[in-house]
Design a protein around this ligand. Structure first.
Ligand SMILES: [Zn+2]
Length: 389
């Protein structure tokens, strides 16, 4: 019984990061005296650490898993980059690295980079590799929930068909969980960003590809095999441009970064190489850049209107690099959503910009790392004799 109570408390902290003793009591349903006994015992055992904080205007004790209980590693793979971060079990980032990566790299090379960067970060922190207790990895591809295999279409063709979590786990010697990057963005925005308090939300990642993570009734919805939310491959024009998925006229062929740059290249030759360039130009009032962003918002608005008609979310969180255009994209998106969606569904959906910016995926990967660390933490709980309570 006492062990079960300890496990509930540790699991609650592992999920939330930091909680006050009062929050722990409310969340676990345990008596405040039981909580304070467990916290005292596990703090003296080195598993927890406590620091003063202010909660609801009153001084309280903030409880978190201590750094000596282990560290988390997050790896966020994009189309052309890899970001790796080490954090403590309260999800506070202690160090990070970002490197460029060829989009057609082999899976072994991608994992070697994770391994190398993790080693560098841990050395900087002066801790041994054995400190890692969980790893979360985000990939721009669907992950088959039955087999763990990376599916298609993937922004990283070298990873298709691979059980990435198993492979990375063998490489890093620690439990690894993997998910689609847009799903991780949805998780992080729901926890710490613009999705807080939303019950049913869609997170859009508008970048080199178009991804979408769905949270339904507070939980990530992956679908039957893990491909839920492939809004980037919603058909906008069945005879449109060929898409990497094999279909034609997908939303991605209209609004992903390469499509926007390709269209502008016809009038700007080679001066625009990133979405940041396009946004700068549009902000300076350049008409073609403004038009391309406005049109992108309109196309996304059509797809989002369909999404709202079907699953009636209360919030749409717009993330990815295109979200840096803010109103240059959001205004036409909102206008189109209201015009194309069922009025009640469109009005119910609050359209907001992601708050965590380009951090959404990395922070979602950290949450996943926390999940991966769960069983290890529970297994290492000391057999503590507790006072009555
Ligand atoms: Zn497609």
């Amino acid at each position: 019984m006492k062990e079960a109570n300890q496990a509930r408390l540790v699991d609650a902290l592992r999920d939330a990061g930091t909680m006050t003793q009062a929050e722990l009591a409310r969340f676990t349903g345990l008596a405040p005296s039981t909580i304070s006994n467990i916290v005292r015992a596990l703090t003296s055992g080195g598993l927890l650490e406590v620091s003063p904080t202010v909660s609801r205007g009153r001084t309280a004790q903030a409880v978190r898993l201590s750094r000596s209980a282990g560290l988390l590693l997050a790896a966020d793979f994009g189309h052309r980059h890899l970001t790796v971060a080490v954090a403590d079990l309260a999800y506070r980032i202690l160090g990070r690295r970002r490197v460029a990566l060829e989009w057609d790299h082999r899976v072994d090379d991608g994992l070697s980079e994770v391994d190398r960067l993790a080693g560098e970060l841990l050395t900087e922190l002066g801790v041994d590799r054995s400190a890692l207790v969980g790893v979360g990895m985000g990939l721009p591809a669907p992950i088959d929930v039955r087999t763990g295999q990376v599916g298609a279409p993937s922004q990283l063709p070298g990873w298709i068909g691979v059980d990435a979590a198993e492979l990375a786990g063998r490489r890093l010697g620690v439990s690894v969980r993997v998910d689609n990057d847009a799903n991780l963005g949805a998780l992080a925005e729901q926890r710490w960003g613009a999705g807080r308090g939303a019950e049913h939300l869609a997170y859009l990642k508008l970048s080199d590809g178009v991804g979408c993570g769905l949270v339904i009734a507070g939980r990530l919805f992956r679908g039957a095999i893990g491909t839920a939310g492939e809004l980037g491959h919603a058909t906008m024009n069945e005879f449109g441009a060929l898409c990497r998925c094999g279909n034609r006229g997908c939303l991605e062929t209209l609004v992903a970064t390469p499509a926007l740059l390709a269209e502008l290249a016809r009038v700007h030759e080679d001066e625009l190489t990133s979405i940041g360039d396009v946004i700068r130009l549009a902000r300076a009032g350049e008409v073609t850049a403004r038009r391309v962003l406005d049109d992108a918002g309109q196309h996304i608005g059509v797809a989002v209107a369909n999404l709202c008609n079907i699953f009636n979310p209360d919030r749409i969180v717009v993330g990815g690099e295109l979200s840096q255009a803010e109103d240059l994209v959001l205004a036409s998106m909102s206008r189109t959503l209201n015009r194309q969606g069922i009025p009640a569904a469109a009005q119910a959906a609050e359209l907001v910009l992601a708050e965590l910016g380009t951090e959404s995926q990395l922070l979602g990967a950290l949450l996943l790392a926390g999940e991966a660390a769960g069983p290890h933490l529970l297994a290492t709980l000391p057999p503590v004799e507790l006072d009555a309570g």
